[in-house]
Design a protein around this ligand. Structure first.
Ligand code: NAP
Ligand code: ZN
Length: 384
């Protein structure tokens, strides 16, 4: 099979062969890593070769086995947030095996399982980075896993690729009892819903939590909230997801958002809501579902702002908040929690050349519940 990228026409064998080059050896042209990149705002992904840095003293090199597809990948590939730098290799739910570590690395060794989420660097010295906060996602110098600039000006590239080199502090230990592929989505979807449950006090057994949007983030919110002992109501546009939500994901209740009678009957019932919706939607009915003093936490980031329903908020004395992924310490806490409770994502595993179709299906809410790309099987050992 021939694959092509601008200015480059190579066989798949040559393409895959590049992977075997040691990361410490520079090549010219610089192409020690293979991946899939978007080239423009069509968001269409195609094969791409590029260079990862050599392993430095504090670095860990991970051969990527699987990577989850987050809706943020799609927003970014299509430049829906207006900040995309091309070529753009998405992917920030990365799991794999350590193949090399730097001389100062103490927590990982070759052969270990390891994960990388949404961040790969931060200043390490500001109030956000240091204890007690340890919330590097709010550091003004935080470097995201892709579409972000390292201090030396290098553009970061994500996990739809054969390997990654990351400073040890941003590498996560993975639960030994969970298969790698169901662990990948915890690195973004998992922490993005776990963190607000903790921060906004929506984590006490028996509390009533609503989860809006049963996609990648939403289904992890249901699983994690059930693990914490919460009473969970799913609020969804997709009636077809009801049976599975109740019987497999173990949600307690399922509201179809366009069923006005059911929504009215649930008025004032919830302590809090985590809204994971990736597109425009009406917040007023959601605030209506809250008890007085309830909390609506937005984690979805649609391309345009939502309208704030002032009256509904005022009459509930509601708090409307937001939340951004979670710090590295809390991400490790979440991974350990998921390991203890046997919580992995529900996934559809796909080869990398299915990624453009996967994006189309994700836009139609047609995924149960996270696409995970088999990097090892289709990018590294693929092409047959
Ligand atoms: P996803 O898998 O596509 O799930 C989104 C869900 O929203 C869909 O499954 C669907 O659920 C619902 N939905 C879609 N369009 C809708 C519409 N027009 N009206 C109402 N509901 C709709 O996406 P995801 O990966 O979970 O990400 C969700 C959002 O969170 C994205 O905007 C992403 O960028 C953002 N995000 C934020 C953070 C953060 O740190 N805050 C981190 C990661 C992702 P139903 O079928 O059940 O209705
Ligand atoms: Zn994400």
């Amino acid at each position: 099979m021939a694959v092509s990228s601008p200015g480059l026409e190579i066989s798949f064998a040559d393409f895959a062969g590049m992977f075997s080059k040691p990361a410490t050896a520079r090549s010219d042209p610089p192409t020690n890593c293979i991946g899939y990149a978007a080239r423009d705002s069509t968001g269409v992904l195609s094969p791409f070769t590029f260079d990862r840095r050599p392993v430095g003293p504090k670095d860990v090199r991970i051969q990527i086995a699987h990577v989850g597809i987050c809706h943020s990948d799609l927003h970014s590939a299509k430049n829906e947030w207006g900040s995309s730098l091309y070529p753009l290799v998405p992917g920030h739910e990365i799991v794999g095996i350590v193949t090399e570590v730097g001389s100062e690395v103490t927590s990982f060794k070759p052969g270990d399982r390891a994960g990388v989420g949404c961040m790969v660097d931060s200043c390490g010295a500001c109030d956000m980075c240091k204890a007690p906060r340890c919330e590097e996602q709010f550091c003004s110098k935080c470097v995201l896993t892709f579409n972000s600039l390292m201090p030396d000006g290098t553009l970061t590239q994500g996990g739809y690729s054969s390997h990654i080199v990351v400073t040890e502090k941003f590498v996560l230990r993975l639960p030994e009892n969970l298969p790698l592929e169901v662990t990948a989505p915890l690195l973004c979807a998992g922490i993005t819903v776990y963190s607000p449950m903790k921060h906004f006090g929506l984590d006490k057994p028996g509390m009533k939590l609503g989860v809006v949007g049963l996609g990648g983030l939403g289904h992890m919110a249901v699983k994690i909230a059930k693990g914490m002992g919460l009473h969970v109501t799913v609020i969804s546009t997709s009636e077809s997801k009801k049976e599975e939500a109740l019987n497999v994901l173990k949600a307690d209740e399922f509201l179809v958002s366009k069923d006005e009678a059911a929504v009215k009957a649930a008025f004032g019932s919830l302590h809090g809501i985590i809204d994971t919706v990736s597109a425009q939607h009406d917040l007023a009915p959601l605030v209506g579902l809250l008890q007085v003093d309830g909390k609506l936490v937005l984690v979805g980031v649609p391309d345009k702002p939502l309208q704030l329903p002032n009256a509904a908020i005022v009459f509930k004395r509601a708090t409307v908040g937001g939340s951004l992924i979670g710090g590295i310490r809390q991400t490790q806490e979440m991974l350990d929690f998921c390991g203890q409770h046997g919580i992995g994502a529900s996934i559809e595993k796909i080869p990398i050349d299915y990624v453009n179709t996967a994006y189309e299906r994700m836009l139609r809410s047609d995924v149960r519940y996270r696409f995970v790309i088999d990097i090892q099987g289709s990018l590294i050992n693929g092409g047959q």
